[in-house]
Design a protein around this ligand. Structure first.
Ligand SMILES: [Zn+2]
Length: 87
C-alpha cells in the first residue's frame, strides 16, 4: 500500500482517510484561532472531499481547536478555502 507511493501521505482529521498532500488543506489552531499552517507548531489536515461537508469539518475543527464556537470555525475555514483556491 503506502510503500509504493512516494508522495507524502497524510491523514484527514475529518474522515481519517489518507491522501497525498496536494488534496489536503493544512491548517493549525493557535489559542483558539484557526488559520493556515505557519510552519510553527502543531498542524492538521482536511481533505478536499471533507471541505465540501460543513457539518463534518466543523465537528473536526471543534475537536482540533478545542473550541465550541462552530460558527467562527466554519466561517474561518470558508475564508481560508476561498483564499487558498482549493474547494
Ligand atoms: Zn477527509
Amino acid at each position: 500500500m503506502p510503500s509504493m507511493n512516494k508522495k507524502p501521505v497524510r491523514m484527514c482529521v475529518a474522515c481519517r482517510g489518507r491522501f497525498s498532500s496536494d488534496v489536503l488543506l493544512r491548517l493549525q489552531c493557535k489559542d483558539g484561532l484557526l488559520g493556515e499552517f505557519t510552519k510553527f507548531g502543531r498542524s492538521f489536515y482536511i481533505c478536499s472531499g471533507c471541505l465540501k461537508n460543513e457539518k463534518k469539518y466543523t465537528k473536526s475543527l471543534m475537536h482540533q481547536c478545542r473550541s465550541a464556537d462552530a460558527t467562527y470555525l466554519s466561517n474561518q475555514l470558508k475564508e481560508i478555502v476561498a483564499h487558498n483556491g482549493k474547494s
